[in-house]
Structure formats: structure tokens, C-alpha cells
Design a protein. Sequence first.
Length: 160
Amino acid sequence: MKLKIFVITIIMLSAAINLFAQEKISRTSKDEAAIRANVEQMETGWNAHDGKAFAAPFAEDADYVVVNGMHTKGKDAIEKGHIGIFTTIYKDSRNAATIKSIRFLRKDIAVAHVEWNLEFRVGGEMKRGNAISTMIMIKDNGKWSIAAFQNTPIQPQGGN
């Protein structure tokens, strides 16, 4: 009888652990999909040359550091800055995002690394730039947003 109770207890414990693991995987998959959607929103906003759409995934008080080291604070400033570049140097640009990694630091904080491949014109000549961004994502009230963004140019390999 004791063996039967022990076996039933083990089976129930295993089932509970399995259910918990499946729930965690499902939650993580949904969270990862939401983070990926934020990156896609940025890419879509860039390629539409729409500063508001580009800035949509950012938190209201987001920190944004661009490739030249300039630091911008807040979603409104990010939007206005992109409206400015979309009407000047990047008005004919295209930007393609490739998510390299998403790592959950906690259930409500993640870090994402995204490679960006930019094409733009300068004086009629097509130029290309590559950068990698580090994004700190936060989940607040069930919604993921970008709390911090650091963009770093990727230098060509080989040669000086």
C-alpha cells in the first residue's frame, strides 16, 4: 500500500512539474513573439519613413544611444529625431533587422541583440551600413517595450 501511494505521488508530482514547464515555455514563447513584434515594428516604421511608427515600441522614458554616441531620452524625442532623419539623410533608406538573440533576465526583463543592415543614398551614391543594437526590453502591465537601446556600428573585417 505504501509503495502504491509513493508511486501515485511521484506520478502526480511529475505531472505537476511537466505542466509547470509547459506553461513556462508557452509564456516565454508569447513573450518572445511580442519582443520580435517590437523589432518588426521598428523595421516597418523605418522603411515607411514614419518616426511615430518607428518609436511606437519604446517606453515613454526610454534611453536611446545612436551610432555616433548621441543619447536621446524619451519616446517623443526618439520619434522627433527619426522624423528629422527620415526627411533628410535617410529619406530614401531601407533597413533590415535580424534578431541575433533574445535572453530573458527575468520574466519581465529581456535583452535582445539585433543586427541592422542599412542602405541609403549620399549624393546619388548608394551606401551601406551595418550595426548591432542591444535592447533592454521590459514588460509592464502585460506589454513589452524597449527601455534602453544602444546602437553600435559593425566595422568591416580585415583591412584597415
